[in-house]
Write a protein that binds this ligand. Structure first.
Ligand SMILES: Cc1cc2nc3c(=O)[nH]c(=O)nc-3n(C[C@H](O)[C@H](O)[C@H](O)COP(=O)(O)O)c2cc1C
Length: 387
């Protein structure tokens, strides 16, 4: 087996091992994919200050996110259909996160259900919900998350409409996959993936089929999805969800200073500066560019986290040094999972941890709370001077 030293190595293996339909599902953004690309390339524009002759022993990446101890400030983001990238994918990713000491966020659109993940882990995980119209279904989701001992919910607010991703439409993406001559021919070349899928019963949306009214089988799911997302969503509705849940709330998908201020008014525990990994509004700013102004506006009043575009420990360090209190990875761990299952997710976390730890040392810092903007060289006008 090749020596894996970085996240791109895992991506190359992932590409070979998983059916094209699911690789494309993860590895795309909406429309022209400008935001998807810039999420990554904008991180590269920030440089680091090399410092020398500073004692760098006893380094630690440990810190807290929403009051919970984490071994490094990197959570696994909610990723739908993870159980299609690898059999029982959500369970495997959650176990890897638990062992590493970082939070795992389960998507509503997961293949393994809340109960499946709870039965196979020992520490509380976080549960992500979309803002759906159906109150009964939402209440039941919250009840199930409570019963599963979830310690926070992540409310995703940037997906009332689905951004168009060309490849998914062309591939006819579905779970389980639609059997066309082309998709079967492709799947037959992915032997390990196929054997894994044959060996599990978890091949549908575990949180929805059998739980949402009228959705008894996968074929009725697409109708439900089309009508379930609530295009009338407003800040009062978000307040209602916060009340329905009654515990810690993280709001995911904030990219604008005005929205960040409104989120603070709702009184959430954290916000995630995110453009959904470039999968929603193409042409929106990259998350790392949007971070600075949001921190200046609300950074003292709420914990600000970031996702979208993180592919290395250096990216994590850059976000933290700007002032974020935590980050999330979506694709980076999906690559690891598709490449090597649970061990691959662990590998992702190890790679990121190592990169972060070494970079901290070379920047002359030993602890997360010592990271600040002094470590960074941010180009002038990085946040953009837009009319
Ligand atoms: C394949 C895929 C599926 C996703 N599914 C969800 C989801 O179900 N719920 C959600 O809130 N975000 C979802 N996201 C967005 C991620 O939570 C996260 O915002 C994004 O992946 C961060 O960007 P990155 O992939 O560059 O790290 C998904 C992202 C990907 C790549």
């Amino acid at each position: 087996m090749a020596v894996i030293t970085n996240i791109d190595d895992l991506k190359q293996i992932y590409r070979r091992r998983v059916p094209k339909m699911f690789y494309d599902y993860a590895e795309s953004g909406s429309w022209t994919e400008q935001t998807f690309r810039e999420n990554v390339t904008d991180f590269d524009k920030i440089r680091l200050r090399q410092r020398v002759a500073v004692d760098m022993t006893g380094r630690s990446t440990a810190t807290q996110m929403i009051g919970e101890d984490v071994s490094m400030p990197v959570a696994l983001a909610p990723v739908g259909l993870t159980g299609m990238q690898c059999a029982d994918g959500e369970i495997k990713a959650a176990k890897a996160a638990e062992d590493f000491g970082v939070p795992f966020v389960l998507s509503t659109m997961s293949i393994c259900s809340i109960e499946d993940v709870a039965e196979n882990t020992t520490k509380p995980f976080w549960f992500q919900v979309y803002t759906l119209k159906d109150d009964d279904f939402m209440k039941r989701l919250f009840d199930r998350a409570r019963a599963a001992n979830c310690s926070a919910i992540v409310i995703t607010v940037d997906l009332q409409l689905l951004g168009q991703r060309h490849k998914d439409l062309k591939n006819g993406l579905s779970a389980p996959p639609k059997l066309t001559v082309k998709s079967v021919a492709n799947m037959m070349t992915k032997v390990q993936w196929g054997l894994g899928m044959l060996g599990t019963k978890r091949r549908f949306f575990g949180n929805i089929v059998g739980h949402a009214a009228g959705v008894t089988d996968p074929s009725s799911l697409s109708e439900w999805t089309a009508s379930a997302f609530d295009q009338t969503l407003d800040w009062d509705r978000i307040r209602q969800f916060k009340k329905m849940w009654g515990g810690k709330v993280i709001l995911k998908g904030i990219l604008d200073v005005e929205d960040a201020k409104k989120a603070v008014d709702v009184g959430v525990d954290a916000i995630i500066v995110s453009n959904h990994g470039g999968r929603q509004l193409d042409g929106a700013l990259s998350a790392i560019r949007a971070l600075g102004p949001i921190l200046e506006a609300v950074g003292d009043n709420v914990e600000v986290h970031l996702d979208s575009g993180i592919r290395s420990g250096q990216d994590v360090l850059k976000a933290m040094a700007m002032g974020a209190k935590g980050t999330y990875i979506g694709r980076a761990y999906t690559y690891g999972l598709g490449a090597m299952g649970q061990a691959g997710v662990t590998k992702t976390l190890e790679v990121i941890h190592r990169e972060m730890d070494l970079t901290m040392g070379l920047c002359g810092r030993r602890r997360i709370d010592e990271l600040d903007r002094d470590v960074l060289l941010i180009p002038k006008g990085f946040a953009g001077e837009w009319e």
